[in-house]
Design a protein around this ligand. Sequence first.
Ligand SMILES: Cc1cc2nc3c(=O)[nH]c(=O)nc-3n(C[C@H](O)[C@H](O)[C@H](O)COP(=O)(O)OP(=O)(O)OC[C@H]3O[C@@H](n4cnc5c(N)ncnc54)[C@H](O)[C@@H]3O)c2cc1C
Length: 390
Amino acid sequence: MSYELTEELQLITKNVRDFVYSEVDPLAGEIDRTNKIPEKIIQQSREMGLFGLSIPEEYGGLGLDTVGKFAVLEELGKTSNAFTTLIGGHTGIGTVGIVEMGNEEQKRKYLPKLASGEHIGVFALTEPSAGSDASNIKTTAVKKGDKYVLNGSKVYITNADIADVFTVMAVTDPSKGAKGITSFILEKGTPGLTVGKYEPKMGLHGVQSVQLFFENCEVPVENMLGELGQGYVNALKILANGRAGLAARNLGSCVKLLELSLDFAMERKQFGKPIFEQQIIQHYLAEMDLEIETLRSMTYRVAKMVDQGEKVIREAAMAKLYGSEVYGRIADKAVQIHGGIGYMMDYPIERYYRDARITRIYEGTSEIQKNIIAAQLRKKFNAKRETVTV
Ligand SMILES: Cc1cc2nc3c(=O)[nH]c(=O)nc-3n(C[C@H](O)[C@H](O)[C@H](O)COP(=O)(O)OP(=O)(O)OC[C@H]3O[C@@H](n4cnc5c(N)ncnc54)[C@H](O)[C@@H]3O)c2cc1C
């Protein structure tokens, strides 16, 4: 399947690559150390339209198709993963719900400021007792007149500390299980909505993943996103889109690690010659290259399928699973190739190593991706059996 970029997309991705290498990457270490993304590169990202990658042009976005969006995310993956998560989280799970399930009024109200980056969008599903088992959420939304009243809490919500618009899943009918969940759009400043305090984590320093609390938080009925009882299905659709985008970001990080490792292997001399001349180092690099090409094929295949309107439940799970596992393996090899310097904080390799780890957990763990793939296999088997029986 071909994923050639149009001339326009080639130009956009080149501009993003130049921006990443000249403006963002020199700050990546500082972002990690200070746990803060400088306003300068956020503003530059706004000016480049990066916050509106996949928001349609009529609402102020760049309106890229999925192949285009992934090509940009791949470039963004080549630097600070915190910076990439700010943009990737916002353009993925943070805004996709409103783009795909929002009604016209909601789109006109929220998308222009999300597209410009004036507002940040986040996705809030996970709760203290409901992570992988997201259908078990406990936050309730009870209808009172023309409002829904939300009570409960969410955990680990990425970018929530700076968010303006929240896509929140809550239970509207506890008797219906997953079919009793509904999605809502909440705005910053809504009385009863509180954002939790900073919580230190292993990596992704620069973006925060924090708790949200809803205490008699009143949301107008018109802020229901999609239909009553469709919140869980909406969440799965939003996550499938986000997962494939994460594979594209991981691809970029893997490409960057191979680039750094190859340069280092050619320059670093031991036993009188570059370590590249040791066959085992060549094999490490060859394995990295092979896995990157495989990941590239999988990732852009999903993008093409989405653009052609095909279902990608299996393929998005595969790309997310493979991309996260490969990123972990490649980061590990990169540390090994770099030896001692690969472990030191003055050099970027250990940062990628730490940042890679979360990709096997968030937006659905590796185990859950395998469950999704296996469920599709079961479906295929049952369909075959039904055909044979008939
Ligand atoms: C930094 C960070 C950012 C995040 N950002 C967001 C966000 O923006 N929005 C949001 O809603 N959530 C977010 N999350 C939550 C994230 O999606 C969950 O942490 C993840 O889905 C796993 O849930 P859990 O942590 O409750 O682990 P659990 O579900 O408790 O899982 C623990 C372990 O058990 C395994 N397991 C559980 N069930 C099964 C099963 N059926 N089969 C096999 N293995 C299983 C898991 O794979 C895992 O290994 C974030 C998390 C982190 C750490």
